[in-house]
Design a protein around this ligand. Structure first.
Ligand code: T4K
Length: 405
């Protein structure tokens, strides 16, 4: 354990952790069961196209989320594209800039213009008070994002959509096993889209799912996932290849069976971070609504530089040098990425909360691969930095960059 600021790697000390600690290290669930299932897939010679593991995964997920339909796909980005096509979105769609760029790209890819909306600075979710001012005659929908698994203001968004005749998709990439007003997310809006990417706490290597309570939307999504085929040699509509493979479905099913344990590991780490970091001036550990179900897969720190004396970027550089590979999700915001920056260079002016949040947020390592001892070590490093802001900032301003990112 480091006790003096000069022990930090930026002062020439050895990194605080012996090996790199990642955000998003994949979880495997019950390894023995997974091995058996992978063998079963190989032995069966049925690898894709509506196979038995896909069906089991879809049924199990729909049951866990309490939703009528679950259409598993190869990843959430394709899932968002399929959802937008099924709903006939076109023209402009209102979407937060504070999200992974896939949310905006899925729209842009279809020739739809994402119109970026600000977020609530406290919750990081789309700000319903700004949505209506962005609606034009070209607007066809709203894509809300349940960032960190904390739901969007679903009721407010739904009311605006109903009033203005808009369709609603929720990007629920982070939100497996999270609830809104006592209901599991999955059945809100017209369609919700989940991600099971390797870095998500419930993963299928790569994967995603559309969920909905609307029979016809589900039917169309299934068709579109498989090139529009309704039977051998019969194509009813335009489609894509959005299929989830059997290997991915077997992994998804195995992850799903470990869901409670995964959430429990995340929750324990989250509580430990809070225990050790609550009260550090200028630092906030993003608070989850404990009256609802949450998956705690992200531990998000917010650094308020004027109170902390250290910027988020300084803390990020210092942690990287200590082998703590924290991530600045979702810096710098979609509106500052191409092609959106060039298309709307003045977007920052209407996104003040997004600008502040993207400059403050740092995701730190968690999940079953991160032991409680490691969490405490990371917290001790952060406390050491925060208690010695002057020396640290002076060192960084004179020092060469310690990391490339
Ligand atoms: N909407 C939202 C709100 C999203 O957050 C995402 C995805 C999507 C939509 C789209 O869903 P998908 O189409 O992907 O299903 C990662 C993920 O690639 C991305 O899926 C995720 N969001 C985003 C939040 O995080 P990066 O750029 O951080 O990935 P990468 O490769 O840097 O990995 C993160 C960390 O995990 C690294 O420290 C390395 C470690 N890692 C990663 C992989 C893939 C491993 O240890 N093993 C691995 O296999 O985007």
């Amino acid at each position: 354990m480091k006790t003096s600021v000069t022990d930090l790697a930026i002062f020439g000390g050895t990194p605080g952790l012996p090996e790199k600690l990642h955000v998003g290290r994949p979880n495997i669930g019950d390894r023995r069961k997974l091995d058996e299932r992978l063998r079963e897939v190989l032995d069966s010679r049925w690898f894709s196209n509506d196979g038995p593991f896909l069906r089991r995964f879809e049924e199990a997920l729909a049951a866990a989320l309490g939703v009528r339909h679950c259409v598993a796909v190869c990843n959430a980005t394709i899932g968002l594209e399929i959802a937008a096509r099924v709903l006939g979105l076109r023209g402009e769609v209102i979407v937060p800039s504070f999200t992974f760029v896939a949310t905006a790209h899925a729209l842009q890819w279809l020739g739809i213009t994402p119109v970026f909306c600000d977020v609530n600075e406290r919750t990081h979710a789309i700000d319903p008070t700004q949505i209506e001012s962005l609606v034009t005659s070209r607007t066809s929908g709203i894509v809300g994002v349940h960032v960190w698994g904390e739901p969007c203001p679903v009721d407010e968004v739904g009311a605006i959509a109903a009033r203005r005749g808009l369709r609603v998709i929720y990007d629920a990439a982070h939100a497996v096993a999270c609830s809104y007003r006592g209901r599991m997310l999955g059945g809100e809006g017209d369609i919700e889209v989940f991600s099971f990417h390797a870095t998500k706490f419930l993963n299928s290597f790569e994967g995603g799912a559309l969920t909905t309570n609307h029979d016809e939307l589900a039917r169309q999504a299934r068709l579109m996932r498989n090139f529009g085929f309704t039977g051998y040699d019969q194509v009813e509509s335009v489609g894509t290849n959005g299929k989830m493979t059997e290997v991915c479905a077997a992994m998804g099913l195995t992850s799903l069976e470990s869901l409670d344990w995964l959430v429990e590991c995340n929750r324990a780490n989250y509580d430990l971070y809070r225990q050790h970091l609550d009260g550090v001036p200028g630092l906030r550990v993003y608070p989850y609504d404990r009256t609802e179900k949450r998956n705690f897969q992200y531990v998000v720190l917010e650094v308020e530089p004027t109170r902390a004396g250290v910027s988020r970027d300084d803390l990020h550089r210092i942690l990287q040098a200590e082998n703590v590979l924290a991530r600045r999700y979702f810096y710098p915001g979609c509106h500052r990425m191409e092609p959106y920056r060039s298309a709307d260079p003045k977007a920052s002016a209407r996104l003040p909360a997004t600008e502040r949040v993207t400059a403050r947020v740092l995701s730190v390592p968690t999940g079953p691969n991160v032991s409680p001892e490691r969490v405490v070590e990371v917290c001790e490093l952060i406390r050491l930095v925060m208690a010695n802001q002057t020396e640290v900032v002076a060192r960084l301003s004179g020092a060469r960059p310690v990391c490339a990112s």
